[in-house]
Design a protein. Structure first.
Length: 367
């Protein structure tokens, strides 16, 4: 950790010892590493549940915070809790961040979250759909285009299985209403040559969908309008591809959730934790939403942006960038060490407040 981060960590811990803490955290590659066997084993030993891939120190810290009057909010691009169909067996499997990353751990059953890239609000085990940031007319057009995209992606999945039958059960391709996505990463790792061919094929076809073209590249006269370019396509070299709406974003979800107001009322430090903070990063708008809200309230000094870099190439160097981190950590394990300290200071503050309250009550009783 660099000296600038250490200075801000000292300031953060001082505030955590004075007022309740609030945490906004991303999951993937920030607090969780999907498939990390060591994380899963340690978490299972303590929770009894398989498949919890949250870094264990972070899991303990987050779930400990409410006991000291502090709080945490999960902000994830994944949908929260759903089912998906196994393409090999046809079996319906638990799906979504709660199952795939958190293992269905009981401590997270009532977690507060913004999920599905800002489409879903989760509170006390109940999930509601947030209104998108678009006019009623454009929202209707978006939904129509989303349905067209989703149906196209499902048809594309069938075509993939015809071309590469050996890929069945090794890729994901789903239509989740708020987004349509394919993930080819497992197949690409297992079969690099065929995986590269599949990647190029799918990438081309996804671009055709966005451009309103048929599978052969000709114009699709029946393709619906993508209003104001609301839906956009992203692709990663690892094989992750998705189409989603910019009007359903982490920022939109955080701003409409009511969580910012709750965080402000706490009066203490606010941690915003993410890994994807560079230009076009999926955590940027979450950070910007929190910073802008607290800046308007004249309380920006309470906001601490924590960047999980996962490699120096991802370091943000422009200090004028809204997402320039207060604290930069190298990976989820180092973030776990930070969260242990934060939770410890929160516990100490709460214990001190409880002790003081008892002393006052005893003094009054003795009068």
């Amino acid at each position: 950790m660099d000296s600038f981060s250490r200075q801000n960590l000292t300031r953060l811990l001082k505030q955590a010892g004075q007022k309740p803490v609030t945490v906004f955290t991303d999951l993937d590659k920030t607090s969780c590493l999907e498939g990390n066997a060591a994380y899963a084993a340690e978490n299972k030993a303590q929770t009894g549940r398989d498949g919890c891939y949250m870094q264990p120190d972070i899991r303990r810290a987050l779930t400990d915070l409410p006991e000291s009057g502090s709080s945490f909010y999960i902000v994830t691009g994944r949908h929260w809790a759903d089912v998906r169909v196994n393409d090999v067996t046809g079996e319906k499997l638990p799906d979504g961040a709660f199952h795939d990353l958190l293992g269905g751990v009981k401590d997270f059953e009532k977690a507060s979250a913004v999920a599905g890239h800002g489409r879903l609000l989760v509170e006390n085990g109940k999930t509601t759909v947030l209104r998108r940031a678009a006019s009623e007319q454009d929202a209707f057009k978006e939904q129509k285009f989303e349905r067209y995209v989703g149906e196209s992606v499902l048809a594309l999945k069938d075509e993939i299985f015809k071309r590469w039958p050996e890929s069945r059960g090794k890729i994901l391709a789903e239509y989740k209403k708020h987004l349509s996505y394919l993930n080819l990463s497992d197949f690409m790792r297992e079969s690099p040559q065929a995986g590269k061919e599949m990647f190029d094929f799918v990438d081309t076809r996804m671009k055709y969908v966005m451009d309103g073209k048929n599978p052969d590249g000709s114009k699709n006269e029946n393709a619906p309008e993508n209003p104001n370019g609301a839906l956009f396509y992203t692709v990663e070299p690892t094989g992750s591809m998705e189409i989603r709406s910019k009007n359903q974003s982490k920022r939109n979800g955080v701003e409409k959730s009511g969580f910012l107001e709750q965080a402000y009322q706490k009066g203490g430090p606010v941690l915003v934790m993410g890994d994807s903070l560079a230009k076009n990063g999926t955590d940027r708008d979450m950070v910007e939403a929190v910073r802008d809200y607290f800046q308007e309230k004249g309380a920006l000094d309470r906001v601490f942006v924590i960047h999980v870099m996962n490699g120096d190439k991802n370091r943000i160097t422009d200090k004028a960038d809204k997402c320039f981190p207060s604290v930069a950590v190298k990976d989820p394990d180092e973030l776990g060490q930070v969260m242990k300290m934060v939770a410890g200071h929160s516990r100490a503050r709460a214990a001190k407040e409880t002790s003081l309250a008892k002393t006052v009550l005893n003094a009054r009783a003795g009068r």
